[in-house]
Design a protein around this ligand. Sequence first.
Ligand code: HEM
Length: 527
Amino acid sequence: MTDVSSQGPRPDDQRAQLTNRQGHPVYDNQNQRTVGSRGPATLENYQFLEKISHFDRERIPERVVHARGATSYGYFEAYGKWGDEPVNRYTRAKLFQEAGKRTDIALRFSTVIGGRDSSEAARDPRGFAIKFYTEDGNWDLVGNDLAVFFIRDAIKFPDVIHALKPDPVTFRQDPNRIFDFMSQSPESMHMIVNLFSPRGIPADYRHMQGFGVNTYKWVNAEGETVLVKYTWMPKQGVRSMTEEDAANVQAGDLGHATKDLHDAIERGEYPEWELLVQMMSDDEHPELDFDPLDDTKTWPEQDFPPRPVGRLVLDRNVGNQFAENEQISFGTGVLVDGLDFSDDKMLVGRTFSYSDTQRYRVGPNYLQLPVNQAKGSGVNTNQRDGLMTYHQDKGGENPHVNYEPSINGGLREAQFPTYDEQGPEITGRLTRKRIQRTNDYKQAGQRYCLMERWEQDDLVNNFINQLSQCDRPIQERMVWHFLLVDDDLGLRVGEGLGISPGDVAQLEPLQSQTLTEEDRDRLANLG
Ligand code: HEM
């Protein structure tokens, strides 16, 4: 019998030598150290124990949502304008100012509900998260492909996700649980009309739109603020799949979208998106029938025209999935000067949740990892230590001073801006109340009417298919909602389930909803 360990490399083998993580050469990677060739093994077997115990820790918790994703790198190039106007009229954010100015970016696309190895052909919103490595530090814009969301208050997020994730007993995604939740949450109508239409299964990541979804602010040099929404339009066009297309794709490959993106970039076909920005003055807009801070609404394009401000190109793949795709960490709190939050109740909740989960998922020093580091600006803090500290933040000229204030050469505060923010003044009582202008059905109905007939057919069939697996009271409540969204949608889904408007006319509105005049008229006509 040949003893592998005794063979050693051939004298002409030029490859790099295998070592352990202490830099010690590994002479035998095939056999543990044992007493005699049949064992037992010994506990001082450092090389083996190091190797196996590192392997035991190879996985970190996957993201609680958006676990499956694909990251690529590229750049954002500014136009210096918002449409025809100089962009500095509205924002002082440096990355937007100069025409042709490029900022490095990383973009992570994702699905939401499945685990790390789940199908990329699932009916599911897609994540569209961008990290801009700007000279003023990082800016993360963490959005999706459907423009709106299921809920408008962050306190409902764990519930909506639990309803969409697999059943805790059977571990199967269950339409009865999903529509149980949605039927009791009328604010989800706009989102589900999108999600169950062909748009709910994008053909791949290159052929889909992206949206910031939440309302943010731009701030100019005078401190004046405007409300903004972001849209990414793919130069490649928008393509979607039917259920049948998706079934065929996932029969052959669960990761077709990651592969498509990776291969296109390797071929030199760099995907590109244009960034469009909608804007409105920073106030409550009582003239609108929706609240500008409500993420279940889009802003009508005729009233708030989306204007281009730049383009984004992806031209480089990651070198390592784990380091760059699994550990990349985005958050809605990551803004640069000239960009700001709005009081959108989802945005505030999100802003806490992202860095909280990343401290748990990746570790308290997740911002020291190369993919997350602010590359364009310096990082000097008095935060120290913690698990896996790598970067030695020396602070100011005196490394003994890791506190502030100090007269001994520590870090000083940045120069405060000379302007004051000019946004609205807000007063109010602490309370727990839903917003007034909920208007849950109108935009969902408009969306349905804008669809082509085949898209409407697909939507209706998908709803019938899903709802036929649900309990009768859930079916009835959903038909009731659909009749408020649009007559045609409600009648067709109802017909497919054997439910007429008369069958649901006696249902009372939910306690958790406010109906508009128009909704009440529709209800009155149901009987
Ligand atoms: C990922 C929370 C709403 C888009 C995540 C993660 C959490 C989270 C905990 C995992 C992050 C990580 O492990 O690194 C929340 C909460 C929300 C909310 C609490 C509502 C209150 C939304 C909305 C959007 C969105 C409305 C779309 C506009 C994303 C995206 C990712 C993500 C794209 C994946 C980021 C990546 O690729 O790493 N969210 N989310 N989320 N969320 Fe949300």
